[in-house]
Design a protein around this ligand. Structure first.
Ligand SMILES: NC(=O)c1ccc[n+]([C@@H]2O[C@H](COP(=O)([O-])OP(=O)(O)OC[C@H]3O[C@@H](n4cnc5c(N)ncnc54)[C@H](OP(=O)(O)O)[C@@H]3O)[C@@H](O)[C@H]2O)c1
Length: 322
């Protein structure tokens, strides 16, 4: 099969596009013909060694895919359209390949009628958003969430998932993105250059990586939470007294450490939104799998500005070899 892979961690030049043996599904795994994959920031971290992985080497890159089940196995029927978002790390081979073997508890059915290109583009940001809001942020209906960076991929999904759960959503974004935030369900959208944030924030999530905890704590409610998910090099000042005297908390999380059960919980929520016609990506660019290295380079150099790359592994109309 064709795949985009590296022999060892390194720069973009390490990426090879070529033949690797087809995966052989182990007990509990399902063989899938991949239609589309993606490139996420974290895929560049895995490839360049910033997020160390134990192999196997050569390592196929990529976390996310949508594809079709090859042979009936572990409760999945041949031909079913399925997706996954946790390949290519934790000892698992990646998704940027014509075929993948996926543990059945990390494989989910795509609801009928959902475009695989749209779906694959939002799997990573939307799963991140779900885990931030609910798994780590404890958001409940009626609470207020502040989304910093509502125009971005994670921010857009945060707005939509929080609004769908009955939360009140305040988003900050660039002036050009305020309408977008409102269209995805934000109750209030504020230019991020403004400083007059509302009080009574139950959950504060900053996707920009600014992590201004002095501002966050100043506007947090009693027992409010701050979820940190971006800005690995930020060194914010934390008003500790205000925080603990109001039962508030700060929690960090990274999707790479989510358990299979947490990911399955998120997948069920994503599928509910997909089925309702939601979670559509903003800007998607289709790129052939053979050009995965170029896509990694553009992402690493910060040239994508929120544009989602979809790696086209096979044309949907192409017959699937079996
Ligand atoms: N922890 C995890 O598991 C996890 C998972 C996925 C992603 N992430 C991280 O999450 C971050 C966001 O990812 P993404 O895909 O959503 O990126 P993105 O699409 O580029 O979105 C970032 C958004 O932040 C906005 N922004 C920049 N500075 C801002 C500020 N001071 N205030 C408010 N908004 C501001 C940008 O607006 P402009 O374009 O107008 O500047 C942009 O819309 C990345 O750092 C990524 O690595 C973490």
């Amino acid at each position: 099969m064709k795949a985009a892979f590296v022999g060892k961690p390194g720069p973009v030049e390490e990426i090879r596009f070529g033949e690797l043996p087809d995966p052989v599904p182990a007990l509990g795994e399902v063989l899938v013909d991949v239609v589309v994959s993606t490139v996420n920031p974290v895929d560049t971290f895995v490839r360049n060694g910033m997020w160390p992985v134990p192999g196997p080497w050569p390592l196929v890159l990529g976390r996310d895919f949508v594809g079709h089940v090859v042979d009936a196995a572990n409760g999945f029927a041949a031909g079913e359209t399925v997706w996954g978002n946790s390949l290519g790390h934790g000892g698992r081979q990646g998704a940027a390949a014509e075929r993948v073997a996926v543990a059945a508890d990390r494989l989910y059915r795509l609801p009928a009628g959902v475009d695989p290109f749209d779906a694959v583009a939002v799997l990573h940001p939307a799963t991140t958003a779900y885990l931030a809001l609910f798994t780590h942020g404890g958001l409940r209906a009626g609470q207020t969430v502040l989304v910093v960076g509502g125009g971005g991929n994670v921010g857009t999904a945060l707005i939509e998932l929080a609004a769908a759960a009955g939360a009140r959503v305040v988003a900050t974004a660039s002036a050009a993105d305020l309408g977008h935030c409102l269209s995805r369900g934000a109750d209030v959208a504020l230019d991020y250059r403004r400083t007059d944030l509302p009080d009574g924030i139950d959950l504060f999530v900053d996707t920009s990586g600014t992590n201004d905890l002095e501002t966050a704590v100043a506007h947090l409610s009693f027992r409010g939470r701050i979820v940190l998910l971006a800005g690995p090099r930020s060194r914010p000042v934390l008003p500790a007294g205000e925080l603990y005297l109001n039962d508030q908390s700060v929690v960090g999380f990274v999707i790479s450490r989510a358990t299979a059960a947490e990911l399955a919980d998120a997948a069920a929520a994503l599928n509910e939104r997909f089925a309702a016609g939601g979670l559509r990506p903003r800007v998607v660019e289709r790129v052939p799998l053979a050009e995965a290295a170029d896509a990694h380079g553009r992402m690493e150099r910060g040239e994508l500005h929120g544009r989602r790359i979809v790696l086209v592994v096979r044309n949907v109309a192409d017959p699937v070899d079996s």
